[in-house]
Ligand binder design. Structure first.
Ligand SMILES: *Cc1c(COP(=O)(O)O)cnc(C)c1O
Length: 372
């Protein structure tokens, strides 16, 4: 029998979450963001699952971080338009952008010049990125009108021009900085009479004023709630990935015996410890503290001892039915129906769901199916 660790990917849940994004932003079109291999879920498979929806429910575009990600989607047979969310990294990419039918973000002067110097056979759809406060990528709001004008003046190169910006704190309860960014972009869109694309997952879930012509949900498609304060919409998300393994050994320990490297955890009383086939060599976060939740036979228990490369250890003192071969869910849904959210696990690892999901390493086979 093979090593039992798998990442089960529930494509019905993905389609459900995308439909939820569309329903929340019903006046907008929704780019499905599938960068970073669809946040670790497998970009081609996720794109196929979304492309297989009925025409009116399908994503009108996918979003990726770079040309290489777009190429592998095209190689996988994905025909839907794809937005390069950071545009090109080098002018030499432009012929491939054109050949693959990609949409281009333009965030800086060198990209703009490279594009305007390029003569495509047919003009390229362009999303002009403005830095409304994230202070990472984009033209300043003061430059926006003149840059917009330069793009409008090149109809042989540029078509279907949009304005975009990215929120720094759409997930936060305190919306003051978010409001400043939103007002800035709404004013620019009105001034330029431009279609606008602002909302990431938290803004799609909780900030309807920001929805504009397009929204760009990412992590919510995979069932993670990015909001500091969950709301009714985020509670309707369904987890897409279930990271599942099994117990491969069991130890009975006397009170005071340590477990694992450096003996971080010590049995407070006579304890039963399960060894689980999953470690940081699979992408499970080594920062997981003692007490990080896991599901064993559908019951909550917790990590006991430092995570090793190929294994981790779990306290099963209160789960007498647990034995070698018993199911262990690191996050997601157990066969018994119980749920452990990746967001909760992330808090115990002092991180966010994004790093856990994108961090699941290639050693872990992805298994695509509905759950039985
Ligand atoms: C990743 C990304 C998104 C999606 O963000 P989520 O928080 O995962 O919804 C949206 N827009 C841009 C530009 C991105 O890079």
């Amino acid at each position: 029998m093979a090593r039992p660790l798998v990442a089960d990917i529930d494509l019905d849940a993905l389609r459900h979450n995308y439909a939820l994004a569309r329903a929340l932003a019903s006046g907008s079109r929704a780019v499905a963001v599938i960068k970073a291999d669809a946040y670790g879920h497998g970009a081609v498979q996720c794109a196929r699952a979304l492309e297989s929806l009925p025409a009116e429910q399908r994503p009108p575009a996918f979003g990726v971080a770079c040309l290489e990600e777009a190429e592998s989607l095209r190689q996988g047979g994905i025909a839907t338009p794809i937005v390069l969310l950071e545009g090109i990294f080098d002018a030499s990419e432009l012929p491939r952008v054109e050949a693959l039918g990609l949409w281009l973000t333009v965030h800086s002067e060198w990209q703009l010049r490279a594009l305007l110097a390029y003569r495509p056979t047919s003009p390229i759809p362009v999303w002009l990125k403005i830095d409304s406060g994230m202070h990472r990528l984009g033209f300043s709001p003061e430059e926006a009108a003149s840059v917009w004008q330069r793009l409008v003046s090149a109809p042989e190169t540029v078509t279907d021009l949009h304005l975009m910006s990215h929120f720094a704190s759409a997930d936060a309860v305190d919306a003051s900085y978010f409001d400043r960014q939103l007002k800035c972009m709404q004013a620019l869109a009105a001034q330029l009479d431009a279609p606008l694309c602002l909302a990431n997952s938290p803004a799609t879930l909780a900030q309807p004023d920001s929805h504009g012509s397009w929204v760009r949900p990412g992590v919510m498609l995979y069932g993670s709630n990015p909001l500091e304060a969950p709301n009714g919409a985020s509670q309707r998300l369904q987890p897409v990935m279930s990271l599942r393994s099994e117990i491969i050994a069991v130890r009975d320990l006397a009170a005071g015996e340590p477990v694992g490297y450096a003996g971080r955890w010590r049995a407070p009383h006579p304890s039963r410890i399960a060894v689980v086939a999953c470690g940081y060599g699979d992408g499970y976060d080594r920062h997981a503290i003692d007490g990080t939740p896991v599901l064993v036979a559908g019951k909550r228990t917790s990590i006991a001892g430092k995570v090793s490369m190929d294994m981790l250890t779990v306290d099963i003192s209160d789960i007498p039915e647990a034995e070698i071969g018993t199911e262990v869910v690191l996050w997601g849904r157990s066969r018994h129906g119980a749920l452990l959210s990746v967001d909760e696990v992330a808090r115990y690892c002092d991180t966010i769901s994004y790093t856990l999901l994108t961090g699941v390493l290639p050693r872990v086979p992805r298994r695509y199916s509905r759950l039985d």
